[in-house]
Ligand binder design. Structure first.
Ligand SMILES: [Zn+2]
Length: 505
């Protein structure tokens, strides 16, 4: 590292002379090519597939795997398939009761097709079922195929990310939460909101934390083994940096939500692989309709005990639409997530215009740079909100930072490139918008360290790296800055990938 920098000490100025002349022309021609192919779906797809995407901030670990993999894993693991509900279940199987081993029907195309449809939204429009019901129902159907295969899912999603030139993932998952739910259900203290000190000392929850850390060790090692990451022949997905978002299932009684939330805060506070707290499951669930404000207060209360995690809260909020819930339920979920729970990122934010005082809220989100994780296909299928009905442009007009995500590749049978293409087509994006979306995904990631950019929209870097050439070895000052920031190191790599991408055109 040091030798590199000594070398660049006199090498960099020459590079800069070259770059000053070459960089704008390259960017222009990538932008020019992009404008030419914008109306040609296949060429646009190819361009966006290669385009370096800074990361994906909103994807659920279990929902990211494709159904075909769940079927194969369930077959290998001796699991069963309930043919009345197409739900994967643990052994023992019972063929006479319509619950045969998955291995018995694994190659029966007719049955497998029905299972794939049940484990995803494939063909959902042909069924007498809403996209909302179908999408949320998939999670329960593949849930039993996940345990023991988490590392395989990491291998699958990192490989797909790397192929799309995406090298950073924050994966939302409920690791350890079944144990936390059991603690919440059995310990009286969790029924008392004023007993937080006792929650934090609860030995069973401490054990759940230790077990969740151990499960994460196993998951990551399994990924490295499956993808051959520590061999001379690693899969390309090994280059992808993965972090975890600890997810609380919020459709449960308060004591169970409280215990889970403590565990989520503990993981983010003490295990650097966990970078964010999130709340998951449908926002229109009767329990969430009753408890939403209470849940936000719970987060605020616990945040006082976990100063690091308190700055790493991202919440599904405003994943709602008129008609799905009464108008009164649309008035304030995003606002409460920001103002009460202190969320620094919002997942979906689809119902923003229905919130009371939404202009003020949008302004606040712009001022405080609270990013919205945008999921266009998911919002279309689950909520029926798309195109001009979606607040994508409204957020942009206010200067609220946005990033694109899939929520999730497997459930919605898409990939991240698909979401970039959808955004380009629906909102007539320019090349500068693509750069903004891609850079936002890292700038607003929950990776530790300072941001490489003082202004992401303008692409203005911190002083230490302002004159450096992406792709070349950094100057002493920039190198020192990068050494101190994991986030900036990944941002620097993204800039090099963008440079290489633009050089093709
Ligand atoms: Zn989600």
């Amino acid at each position: 590292m040091k030798r590199c920098r000594m070398f660049t000490h006199f090498f960099v100025p020459l590079v800069l002379v070259f770059a000053a002349a070459a960089a704008p022309a390259r960017a222009e021609s990538a932008a020019g090519y992009f404008e030419r192919v914008k109306d040609q779906p296949l060429l646009l797809r190819e361009f966006l597939y290669r385009f370096p995407k800074g990361g994906e901030l909103h994807t659920h670990l279990d929902g990211a795997a494709y159904a075909e993999n769940y079927i194969n894993w369930a077959a290998s693991d001796g699991k069963c398939i309930d043919l009345s509900t197409y739900t994967i279940s643990p052994p023992p199987c019972d063929t006479e009761a319509q619950r045969p081993p998955m291995a018995d029907i694994q190659f029966n195309a007719k049955v497998v097709n029905r299972i794939i449809d049940a484990l995803s939204v494939r063909n959902y429009a042909r069924r007498p079922l809403s996209g909302h019901s179908q999408a949320f129902a998939t999670f329960g159907r593949f849930a039993n195929a996940v345990p023991g295969r988490e590392g395989y899912i990491l291998a699958e999603v990192t490989e797909r990310a790397a192929r799309q030139n995406n090298h950073y993932l924050e994966l939302i998952y409920v690791t350890g939460m079944p144990a936390a739910i059991a603690v919440g259900a059995s310990e009286d203290a969790f029924k008392q909101t004023d007993a937080v000190a006792r929650w934090l000392e609860n030995p069973d929850l401490q054990q759940a934390f230790a077990d969740a850390v151990a499960t994460t060790d196993v998951m990551e090692q399994q990924w490295r083994d499956v993808a051959r990451c520590d061999t001379p022949d690693p899969a390309t997905g090994c280059e992808v940096t993965v972090r975890h978002i600890s997810a609380v299932i919020r459709t449960l009684p308060r004591e169970m939500v409280a215990a889970q939330t403590v565990l989520a805060f503990m993981l983010v506070e003490h295990d650097p692989r966990y970078v964010g707290v999130n709340f998951v499951a449908p926002e229109d669930h009767p329990i969430v309709l009753r408890d939403y404000a209470w849940q936000m207060q719970l987060i605020a209360q616990l945040a006082q005990h976990f100063p690091h995690a308190a700055r790493h809260i991202t919440l599904h909020a405003g994943e709602l639409a008129p008609g799905l819930v009464p108008p009164e339920a649309l008035l304030g979920n995003i606002g409460k997530a920001v103002n009460i729970a202190g969320a620094r990122r919002i997942g979906h934010g689809t119902s923003i215009v229905h919130e009371q005082g939404h202009h003020k809220l949008l302004q606040k989100m712009a001022d405080q740079q609270i990013l919205v994780e945008i999921n266009l296909s998911s919002n279309d299928i689950i909520l029926g909100v798309a195109g001009d009905e979606h607040p994508f442009d409204l957020y942009r007009q206010y200067g609220v930072p946005l990033a694109l995500s899939t929520d999730d590749e497997g459930v919605f049978r898409i990939d991240l490139t698909h979401e970039y293409q959808r955004a380009v087509v629906d909102y007539d994006l320019g090349y500068a918008d693509l750069l903004w979306l891609s850079r936002n995904a890292l700038a607003y990631s929950y990776l530790p360290g300072e941001n490489l950019f003082t202004d992401v929209t303008e692409g203005r870097r911190v002083k230490a790296c302002r004159k450096d050439q992406p792709g070349a070895a950094p100057s002493d000052n920039c190198g020192a800055f990068l050494d101190n920031s994991e986030k900036a190191r990944l941002q620097w790599q993204l800039e090099a990938r963008l440079q290489a991408f633009e050089a093709r055109y």
